[in-house]
Design a protein around this ligand. Structure first.
Ligand code: NAD
Length: 421
């Protein structure tokens, strides 16, 4: 079975578990376990060497009962329809957990951006935008950055969409630069939100940041920012991995210096502030079995599975990536007593500030960074409290509680709206 199919089966399986536990009406359940629209596109891009290459891309709108669908765009060789559908479902659940008026979507193109020039990436992005144009728009479906896409990708999408419409439409994407209608605080929002989620968990376990050791898998937008914020809180970051290897230092890694190094060298390889492991698989093996208080997987899905979950020694896992832990690993970690803050709660900071960006674009009015961060903390802390209370009420772990909360909210809206026609 492909990794994408496994990921999708896990997400749908968790929705099924929540529906069962809630004794959900079986007709409503059917609507929540299937995606509404899935678009697959194949399109040509002229490469720098004059050759034309054909790429395959997707956009999946999993659910839009709550409002426009929302979700990032990923560029990665492993992108598939199943992976994008699983990620779109997680977006729908996430927007429900944190009470923002969006459904869930995701997009992606199967490509290796590390081997492409900026010109090639721009052509690919513009043509992909053209191909998914019938689905996207500020009131329909709003893309954002995900793995290997960033503010520049969003700028190209916004420009392409605007050119084809004939007027400037900032609200078609979020995660844009400030000059194009982006929001202050968006670039760091997922890392900041993860930090709030970690702080809430530590507070409930009566642990202080100063006595907490952390390891982080992935040092991109999410991993680097959460490492920076937790380091500022006083936590000791003892291990970090990315695609170029892993750095380990029990005394604590100098995260601000690692961030500067990584930006400059396009990866953490070559950083001297600790013991460096150059082979990625070995570095990840070591990281996932490290003695530490908190582990933050912030790279890709299916990283902690039935085959390595029993090696985990962390007491708390806060999911930065979407779907980093498989369903069979959940059972093992649960039995070990690991406190797990699930992705649909923990990494929701990005979509929350994307929502703020969309609101600011609609108002054509820029909020201050303090206001963005204050509102982010407010929504995340409220959602954490709701999930915590739901876990206590139903006597389940935080993953199950978050899924039950999301499924219950989406089911209620579906019930009120009814089935068309
Ligand atoms: P990114 O492209 O900025 O960074 C990805 C990082 O992971 C890079 O450092 C890369 O080297 C590393 N990586 C990739 N494969 C790895 C592996 N096998 N082992 C160790 N490191 C590996 O992507 P990102 O935006 O930081 O997204 C990371 C995860 O967080 C994804 O699952 C994404 O869906 C999720 N997420 C992102 C956002 C956001 O706002 N960007 C929001 C919510 C969730």
């Amino acid at each position: 079975m492909s990794q994408g199919q496994k990921f999708l089966d896990d997400v749908i399986g968790r929705i099924d578990d929540a529906a069962k536990k809630l004794s959900l009406d079986h007709n409503i359940h059917k609507t929540l376990r299937t995606p509404r629209r899935s678009l697959m596109v194949t399109f040509p891009v002229k490469m720098d060497n004059g050759e034309v290459e054909i790429f395959t891309g997707y956009r999946v709108q999993y659910n839009y009962v709550k409002g426009p669908s929302k979700g990032g765009i990923r560029y990665h060789p492993d992108v598939s329809l199943e992976e994008v559908t699983a990620l779109a479902a997680l977006m729908a659940l996430k927007c429900a957990v944190v009470d923002i008026p969006f459904g869930g979507a995701k997009g992606g193109v199967a490509c290796d951006p590390k081997k492409m020039s900026m010109d090639e990436l721009e052509h690919l992005t513009r043509r992909y935008t053209y191909m998914i144009l019938p689905l996207i728009g500020p009131e329909q479906d709003i893309p954002a950055p995900d793995v290997n896409t960033d503010y520049q990708t969003m700028s190209w999408i916004m420009d392409t969409y605007s050119m084809l419409r004939g007027y400037t439409v900032p609200g078609v994407v979020t995660g844009k630069p400030l000059q194009l209608g982006g929001s202050k605080g968006r670039a760091t929002a997922t890392g900041r939100g993860l930090t709030y989620a970690t702080e809430e968990m530590l507070r409930r376990l009566s642990k202080s940041a100063k006595d907490t050791t952390v390891c982080v898998q992935g040092f991109g937008n999410v991993g680097m920012n959460v490492a920076k914020f937790l380091h500022m809180d006083g936590c000791r970051i003892v291990g970090v991995t990315d695609m170029t290897g892993g750095i380990f230092n029990p005394k604590g890694i100098d995260i601000p210096s690692l961030a500067v190094h990584s930006e400059k060298m396009k990866g953490i390889r070559g950083f001297s502030g600790g013991e460096f492991v150059t082979e990625m698989a070995e570095a990840n093996r070591r990281l996932l079995s490290m003695e530490c208080d908190v582990m933050i997987p912030a790279a890709l899905e299916n990283q902690i599975s039935g085959s390595n979950a029993s090696d985990v020694k962390a007491k708390i896992i806060v999911e930065g990536a979407n779907g980093p832990i498989t369903r069979d690993a959940d059972e093992i970690l649960n039995k070990k007593g690991v406190h797990l803050v699930p992705d649909i709660l923990a990494n929701s900071g990005g979509v929350i500030v994307s929502y703020f960006e969309w609101v600011q674009d609609a108002q054509a009015y820029l909020w201050s960074e303090d206001e963005v961060n204050f509102r982010l903390k407010d929504l995340m802390t409220a959602a954490f409290g709701q999930v915590w209370n739901s876990a206590e009420k139903h006597k389940v772990n935080l993953r199950k509680a978050a899924y039950m909360l999301a499924v219950e909210k989406m089911a209620e809206i579906t019930r009120l709206r009814g089935i068309f026609p």
